[in-house]
Design a binder for this molecule. Structure first.
Ligand code: GUN
Ligand code: ZN
Length: 439
């Protein structure tokens, strides 16, 4: 495959900006380039240097647009795309009223595939090239999203959502069928192409201790798989978990006691944490996934990004659609900023961008492979127009540095800011807005 050169503004990270400081970790080139070879990043550097050293490489020149890694959405529910923005309920009522009825439709493989195709196309149009999705109880729903991802060349994480209590009959499996179905699916999909399997107990209230133990045993047998679930999202939910698991020290302990706490574990929301839970997440290196538009939309609470990062806990950023109210990781960064402000910490644009790319990739144990422009990574790329609407353009025109130029797009941008997307080097055709002069 021929080399190819993308030119524009380029931002890279050499370190975690939370621990190293954003000034040391982030690097901006106003006229930079990214060299793609065989679907991977071969080099980044100054545009002139790369042109000189690769004179025959075809060039896509994006001018003043910003070349970034594709966004990584570390927690979402593709089966909830059809009921995103459903009004007026808090978590448990929202699940029973809107979510479970929609999830019942995914026993139909045709419907599951249509929703998987729709969701992945929406994600790509918003510059998201990898997502970690819950599926439904139906194995067909897992097959559908992995097949849709394979057709697009996308690295996707997914797993069958297991529930054997406190859910409608049509959405319940058992401890044994959860184990058997998950095992068959992970044996088919985990590591096939770019697919990663995540063992997926929905959350402790919808699994019996027997089911949690069965899935913990499965994870021990396949420790290279991820495990994704929900943790301490709303105070009512935490109280319910206490009532359902009277022996547990806290919510995290309901997972820990069943071998479902580990470094490859992804714990969505993680808002109302006790000191022991924070200690244990830090000790095992498990990831907390911040879902800010969901946390405001469902009324859950204020995630402590700065506090958990300061404890060394890996943090990923995520839409949590359809509990989240947007497919856009730009809108998600804006919500993370707003929640940071409500907690007294103004997250820098470098922090936000890192959380939406490399931070989320590291949470998924895909650091170095996605979410970065480092040589060797897959060429999953998003090019952002930093003047995509009149309101954003007038503000970024006054900017004195890249951060001031970028921040209006992080706060006010949406899919109109996504100028180009590549998956493993291949340009996305059609779905992305084509601004005048786009390459
Ligand atoms: N907790 C258990 N299931 C869900 C879900 O589907 N969405 C959210 N936001 N929280 C959950
Ligand atoms: Zn969720």
């Amino acid at each position: 495959m021929r080399d190819e050169l993308l030119l524009g503004q380029v931002l890279t990270f050499s370190d975690d900006p939370f621990s190293a400081g954003w000034q040391a970790a982030a690097h901006h080139s106003a006229r930079g380039g990214v060299l793609i070879r065989a679907g991977r990043i071969a080099a980044t550097g100054a545009a002139d240097d790369l042109r000189r050293t690769h004179p025959h490489a075809p060039v896509s020149d994006y001018g003043e647009a910003l070349i970034l890694p594709g966004f990584v959405d570390a927690h979402m529910h593709y089966p909830q795309t059809g009921m995103i923005a459903s009004w007026g309920k808090r978590l448990i009522d929202w699940l029973n009223t809107y979510t479970f009825p929609e999830e019942m439709r995914f026993g139909d493989p045709g419907y599951a595939r249509a929703q998987a195709d729709l969701t992945l196309d929406l994600a790509l149009a918003h510059g998201t090239t990898t997502l970690a999705s819950f599926c439904t109880v139906h194995p067909e729903s897992v097959t559908a999203v992995f097949e849709a991802a394979e057709a697009r060349g996308m690295a996707v994480v997914a797993g069958k959502t297991c529930m054997d209590r406190n859910a409608p009959d049509a959405l319940r499996d058992t401890a044994q069928t959860a184990y058997d179905d998950s095992k068959a699916l992970l044996e088919t999909w985990h590591g096939r192409g770019r697919a990663t399997y995540a063992i997926t107990p929905r959350f402790s209230p919808t699994s019996t201790p027997d089911q949690l133990a069965a899935l913990g045993a499965l994870w021990a047998e396949h420790p290279d798989c991820l495990m994704q679930t929900h943790l301490s999202e709303q105070t009512d939910e935490v109280a319910w978990v206490r009532a359902l698991f009277p022996q547990a020290r806290d919510y995290l302990d309901t997972y820990e006691a069943h071998a479902l706490l580990g470094a490859r574990g992804l714990y969505g929301h993680a808002i109302h944490l006790e000191a022991r839970e924070i200690d244990r997440l830090a000790e095992v290196g498990a990831a907390a996934v911040h879902c800010p538009t969901s946390n405001t939309f469902i009324g859950s609470g204020l995630f402590d990004t700065a506090g958990l990062k300061a404890r060394g806990i890996p943090v990923g950023l995520a839409t949590d659609t359809g509990g989240g109210s947007s497919f856009s990781m730009l809108r998600t960064m804006a919500a993370a900023y707003e929640i940071g402000q409500l907690r007294g910490t103004a997250l820098h644009p470098a922090h936000l961008l890192w959380l939406a790319t490399e931070g989320a990739a590291r949470a998924l144990h895909m650091g170095g492979q996605i979410g970065t422009l480092a040589p060797g990574a897959h060429a999953d790329i998003c090019v952002l127009d930093l003047a995509s609407t009149p309101a954003i353009a007038q503000r970024s025109a006054r900017a004195e540095d890249i951060w001031e130029a970028l921040f209006p797009t992080l706060m006010m941008g949406d899919d109109r800011a996504v100028r180009a997307v590549r998956v493993a080097g291949v340009p996305l055709q059609g779905a992305v807005s084509t601004a005048p002069g786009s390459a």
